[in-house]
Design a protein around this ligand. Structure first.
Ligand code: HEC
Length: 141
């Protein structure tokens, strides 16, 4: 009986903690994790010169970034690892996301058309954007 009460309290505490976080926080973190893993896959496809797989995956990544734009509602400010500047400088932050989306779109188009110079440039732009954005907009803890 006592044990059940204890488990009940723990469950209650855990569920109220979960409710405290805005659902968008988990969604944007999951999307960033996908982007991280799949950008590595994208680089592997490029190394293997597998252009059809590169084109398909780049298009998927482009979609993830487009979805990310909607995962920073004002109610989630101060949660997750996003710095308050995300909301305070939304125009700039959102513009950086758009640039990343455009880079994946260019990788997709260049892989389809066989323009390898353009593809390499766009892939480099995508992968170098991660660190620079994290320095300004992601908290370190
Ligand atoms: C426009 C800015 C921006 C760009 C570009 C960006 N990120 Fe992030 N990233 C963030 C922010 C902000 C968070 C924190 C999200 C939160 O927890 O609220 C984050 C979180 C993450 C996370 C979640 C885990 C963690 O350490 O917080 C991963 C993984 C990640 N990013 C990988 C990447 C990769 C890989 C790229 C490049 C392909 C990238 N990001 C590009 C802003 C960016």
């Amino acid at each position: 009986m006592k044990r059940n009460l204890c488990i009940g309290l723990i469950t209650l505490t855990l569920s109220s903690l979960a409710i405290a976080d805005h659902p968008a926080v988990e969604q944007r973190q999951a999307l960033f994790e996908q982007i991280d893993e799949e950008t590595e896959m994208l680089e592997a496809f490029v190394d293997e010169e597998n252009w059809p797989a590169t084109a398909v995956l780049a298009q998927k990544l482009e979609q993830y970034v487009a979805t990310l734009q909607t995962q920073f509602p004002p109610a989630s400010k101060g949660e997750g690892r996003s710095d308050d500047d995300v909301w305070e400088q939304w125009g700039e932050f959102s513009g950086k996301l758009t640039q990343l989306e455009t880079s994946y779109q260019t990788v997709h188009r260049a892989a389809s058309s066989g323009n390898l110079t353009l593809l390499a440039e766009a892939l480099e732009a995508a992968t170098s954007s991660c660190r620079s954005c994290h320095m300004s907009y992601r908290s370190l803890w």
